[in-house]
Design a protein around this ligand. Structure first.
Ligand code: 13P
Ligand code: SF4
Length: 363
């Protein structure tokens, strides 16, 4: 029988602190077209000089995504970012995203220098799952296999058996469930609930949330669907259950992009960070893309479908870290040794299942 016991004692003060922090995050400075062009040229030259490559997420500014592609780097979901950095020969990886993505790159590539434009670029899921609390929670369930989402610290990954992303969590949980394993899941409650519903796995779940996806509003989305009955609804599984239930496609950022590119439909309503629209529009320029509502009844709209921490990445701080070598990610070796096992388990499984581009560099 499936049991779905829930962990509920995440401090309210922490959640409120995260909200306050998000609204206090400064935005990147305004730049003229000429400033941008000069910075782009400087970054291109520095990438060659420093033997560096950009590894960017779909949620960062369009200028940064375009530059990553133009210079032979990658723009990807968190799974493919981990895979790309692990295979690319450059001596320096510049991770343009949030902190857990930079830490993942360093864990998998200890011999490389990993830089980030802003080390303050965190994630509400990571912040809401402190390693000491996770360790105490895990200790209560010694018979369970512990899965943690990639959006966690290196310390939490070191305490887990598997790391997963929204691009492989369904497959990994199905695999473990088929072996009769009972699971512990942290930290995203909505992703965990969706996976448990889809697989029937016995998963005890942490109750973290993404402050961006948590804001999508069900009734406002129902109203938008009524106005656009011809639109397909694409939802990232960090969104609330009632929003996920309205989706035609649920999945990682990469899966949602593939849906826009490959489905025959002309119109899409998209419940994820609006940074993703740049890649979607590039691959399907004639299609109509509508952002799912974050306003409506009960809305406070802290993020308005854009991650405040992804927004800390800009051309200026990118050029600066490349020039100076500042903001290097460092991870204590004992923690790295623990975390690399759970990450490699994920990457090996994903490569075997064809969920990432094939290839392997020894770590
Ligand atoms: P993806 O793995 O789907 O890119 O998601 C990462 C993330 O932080 C979503 O909010
Ligand atoms: Fe974290 Fe949400 Fe930002 Fe993704 S969008 S990095 S889950 S806060």
């Amino acid at each position: 029988m499936t049991t779905n016991t829930q962990h509920t004692d995440i401090p309210i003060a922490l959640a409120q602190g995260i909200q306050a922090l998000a609204s206090a995050v400064p935005t990147t400075p305004w730049l003229s077209d000429a400033d941008k062009q000069a910075l782009r040229e400087r970054i291109k030259a520095l990438l060659i000089e420093k033997d560096a490559v950009l590894v960017a997420h779909y949620y960062v500014d369009a200028d940064l995504q375009a530059l990553a592609e133009e210079t032979g780097g990658c723009v990807a979901d968190s799974l493919e970012m981990a895979n790309f950095g692990n295979q690319h020969p450059a001596k320096t990886l510049v991770v343009v995203g949030v902190r857990f993505m930079g830490e993942t790159a360093k864990i998998l590539n200890p011999e490389k220098r990993v830089l980030m434009p802003d080390l303050g670029a965190t994630c509400s899921l990571d912040e809401g799952c402190p390693a000491a609390d996770f360790a105490a929670w895990r200790a209560q369930y010694p018979d369970r296999v512990a899965l943690v989402y990639a959006n966690t610290s290196a310390q939490v990954k070191a305490l887990a058996d598997w790391v997963v992303t929204s691009g492989n969590a369904l497959q990994i949980v199905r695999h473990l469930h088929a072996q009769g394993k009972k699971l512990l899941w942290a930290p995203d409650r909505h992703l965990g609930n969706w996976i448990a519903r889809e697989t029937g796995a016995d998963m005890i779940r942490w109750q973290g949330h993404c402050l961006v996806h948590d804001e999508f509003k069900t009734q406002a989305l129902i109203d938008l669907i009524a106005k656009h009955p011809d639109a397909k609804v694409l939802v990232h599984p960090e969104s609330p259950e009632s929003v996920v239930k309205l989706a035609h496609v649920v999945g990682s950022t990469k899966i949602l992009i593939n849906a826009v590119q490959n489905l025959p439909d002309e119109k899409f309503i998209i419940a994820t960070d609006a940074g993703i629209f740049w890649k979607m529009q590039q691959l399907a320029p004639h299609k109509t893309l509508l952002v799912a509502p974050t306003s409506g009844e009960g809305a406070t709209c802290q993020s308005c479908a854009h991650c405040p921490w992804m927004a800390l990445n800009g051309l200026q701080n990118l050029a600066q870290v490349l020039a100076t070598g500042a903001n290097e990610i460092m991870i204590e070796e004992s923690i790295r040794q623990g975390a690399v096992n759970s990450l490699n388990r994920m990457l090996d499984f994903s490569r075997q299942q064809g969920l990432v581009v094939a290839g392997r560099k020894d770590t």
